[in-house]
Structure formats: structure tokens, C-alpha cells
Design a protein around this ligand. Structure first.
Ligand code: SF4
Length: 378
């Protein structure tokens, strides 16, 4: 099979694998139909946007995860790149200006160790033979050895290993042959340890959960997410809504709701960027977040309505808990109140703060904003 034909099979196979912040709705328009569904606009830390080629090295998986389209025995057209072949193809696309970075994952072929070696070999060829200095995201395979993780981290800008589920009990319902702690979570701990020992630029680390196929609650997902952010320094936890794949054991399950995915991301940012603890999130009795309301707003309705925040005095931490004030807005607000007292909503509006959202929860110079109750019903 020609390399471009392989890419046509293996690139779009990553479409449900969130890996970076993606700008735009989906894959980028590309000059060749062979590359359709393979190149995305990825937003790098700092805001720079690059064209990112996303592909698998192989789809010939020997494992049988219950939800996965690539599971062994499923009938579809599979393909496998050699490291040389993929590196050469990527460099051609890079030289033509089609792709500036690469996200590289793989199904497991010949065991996790051998698959990891092939992923590392591809990145090594790119870096050493072709002198590629751009962005590389490498997957860490279940069961990879520590020296392989180190080698991958020396080559990549980002590494990731998918936990798939928030704990071993839930993982057994998705992938009965994967071992949560020994095969997966331990690799994230190694990544954290290795990052701390590295000097200079260090690769970031991410993971992904499949949401909605293992009976897991939002509380389970977010408790593990909080641990990953606080204790293992992950840059991002991704939530991938379950989509039933024909001819898999979980094909009868309904797809997960995109709104649930959205609420999980909102709550995970509260944990990562807003100083919330998982116990503070507004879970219902079933351990799930309410779908009808943003979790920060739900928290504020319980805690701030009767105790509004004086924006001229409150600390950064308290201000961040007010709906409508985010990490950038709070910086602008702190700067502005050093210059002058904030007395009305128009001053907040000029700072780019969503006044309709903040108004019910704040005091401006000791007073609730004018006409708040009629304008912003709760
Ligand atoms: S190991 Fe990965 S590619 Fe293979 S069946 Fe499981 S989830 Fe799918």
C-alpha cells in the first residue's frame, strides 16, 4: 500500500482522540483529498496556531477493548506504517507547508513495548535524520518501560497516555485486559517524576477519558481529574464522549451527551484554573453535575447570592469564584482597582467582564449593581 493511502486510513482514525486545543470545528482544508481528515489547526501554549498532522502508526490492534473500532477481530481495512515510511511522508508534508507538527499514536502491535519502540523510532528519525525541530506529540503505550517513557519525553513536546476510565473498576467495563494502576496510571507518575528531573524545556502531559460507556459518574471522573492536575501536573485532561461503534460489544449503548462533555470540561477548568476542590462542585445525589446549568453558576447560586463579593476588596481567589470572571479578567480587574474604585458595571464592562453574569453576585463599592434583580433573574 502506498504511504498516502495508508495515511488516508490511519489519519482520520484519530478523529475522536482529543490531544491539543483545536481551533475551528474540525479538520483543516488541505490541498489533497488524500489528506482529508488528517490535518487540524492546533493551538499551542501561548496561542500560536500550527497545522498538526494527526495519525496512527498502525490500526492493526491485537487487543480487544470493548468499545474500540480498532479492536482485534473487527472487520475493516487496517494499515501499518514503518517508522521510516511515516517519518519520510511527514517530512514531505512539512516541506510543502502542509503540516508543521505531528500527533502520533498507535494501536498495539507486537506488544506495548515493541509498539512504543516504533513510535520512538519515528520521532528519532524526524529529529535526528531530518533535523525536524517542530512540535511532536507522542503517545505512551500501556505497559511501556520507564526508559522508553524517558526516551519519548526527550524527543517530544507533549506525551500522553489514555487512562480511558477514572479507576480500575470502570476500566474493566471498557477494556478488561488493561490494568489501570500497573499499565496506565504508573506511567503518568513516571512522566511527572521525569519532568521534575528534566532541565530546560519539558514536555507537557495529558490524558483522556472515554465518557459514558462504563457507568462512571462525573464525580468519579472529576475526582481522578483533580488528582491528575494537583499531584501529577497534567496540562490537560480530555473527555471523549462515547460513540458506539458497529460490530463491537458496546455497540448497543447510547452515545454520550455532548452537553455532559461540556459540563465536565467546565468543571475540570474550575479544578485546574479557579482553585475549586472537587468536593465543592455541585454534584447531584447520583454523583453527576446538573446538565442545565454551568457548574460555576450553580456553585455561585448556592454560595454567593446572600454573600455577594465586594469587587474592590476581594482577593484574586474569591473573585475567580464569581461567574463571568476568569483568569484574564481577574488580572485586568485587580489592575484597574489599583487605579480607581470600581463603582458601576460600565467600568467592569470596559475590562471585558461579562456584566450580566457577574451582577447578581457582586457589590460595587458596598452596593448591589443597579437594577440587578430585574435584569438578571436567577
Ligand atoms: S489497545 Fe487501543 S487501539 Fe487497541 S483495542 Fe484497545 S483502545 Fe483500541
Amino acid at each position: 500500500m502506498e504511504p498516502l493511502e495508508k495515511l488516508r486510513l490511519l489519519g482520520p482514525a484519530t478523529r475522536y482522540e482529543p490531544a491539543e486545543e483545536i481551533g475551528g470545528e474540525g479538520p483543516m482544508d488541505v490541498p489533497s483529498p488524500d489528506l482529508s481528515g488528517c490535518v487540524y489547526q492546533a493551538v499551542m501554549p501561548g496561542g500560536r496556531r500550527i497545522a498538526l498532522l494527526k495519525t496512527l502508526l498502525s490500526s492493526a490492534c491485537e487487543r480487544d477493548c470493548l468499545y474500540c473500532a480498532f479492536r482485534a477481530g473487527r472487520d475493516f481495512r487496517r494499515a501499518t506504517f514503518s517508522p521510516d515510511e511515516l517519518a519520510r511522508l511527514f517530512v514531505q508534508l512539512h516541506r510543502k507547508g502542509i503540516a508543521e507538527g505531528i500527533f502520533l499514536s498507535s494501536a498495539i502491535v507486537g506488544g506495548g513495548l515493541r509498539t512504543q519502540d516504533r513510535l520512538i523510532a519515528t520521532a528519532e528519525i524526524l529529529r535526528r535524520r531530518y533535523g525536524f525541530r517542530g512540535y511532536i506529540h507522542l503517545k505512551i503505550m500501556p505497559g511501556a518501560e520507564r526508559d522508553q517513557v524517558e526516551a519519548a519525553m526527550a524527543l517530544a513536546d507533549r506525551v500522553s497516555i489514555n487512562l480511558e476510565a477514572p479507576n480500575g473498576r470502570r476500566l474493566s467495563r471498557l477494556a478488561p485486559h488493561k490494568v489501570f494502576e500497573r499499565e496506565l496510571l504508573r506511567r503518568l507518575r513516571w512522566i511527572h517524576e521525569i519532568r521534575r528531573q528534566m532541565h530546560g524545556s519539558r514536555p507537557s502531559a495529558t490524558t483522556q477519558f472515554v465518557v459514558g460507556a462504563a457507568g462512571e459518574s462525573d464525580l468519579e471522573l472529576l475526582a481522578t481529574t483533580a488528582y491528575l492536575y494537583r499531584h501529577l501536573g497534567l496540562a490537560r485532561v480530555y473527555f471523549s464522549p462515547f460513540r458506539p461503534q458497529p460490530d463491537t460489544p458496546l455497540e448497543h449503548l447510547p452515545p454520550a451527551s455532548p452537553l455532559r462533555e461540556h459540563r465536565l470540561y467546565q468543571a475540570s477548568f474550575l479544578l485546574r484554573d479557579y482553585g475549586f476542590d472537587v468536593e465543592e462542585l455541585p454534584f447531584g445525589p447520583d454523583g453527576n453535575l446538573p446538565l442545565a446549568v454551568d457548574p460555576k453558576l450553580a456553585w455561585a447560586r448556592r454560595h454567593l447570592i446572600d454573600a455577594p463579593v465586594e469587587v474592590n476588596r476581594a482577593s484574586r481567589e474569591v473573585l475567580l469564584r464569581v461567574p463571568g470572571i476568569g483568569p484574564k479578567g481577574v488580572q485586568r480587574l485587580l489592575r484597574a482597582r489599583r487605579q480607581a474604585r470600581l463603582r458601576d458595571l460600565s467600568q467592569l464592562r470596559k475590562l471585558g467582564i461579562a456584566v450580566d453574569r457577574v451582577a447578581p453576585f457582586i457589590l460595587l463599592d458596598g452596593r448591589r449593581p443597579v437594577r440587578q434583580l430585574s435584569l438578571w433573574p436567577l
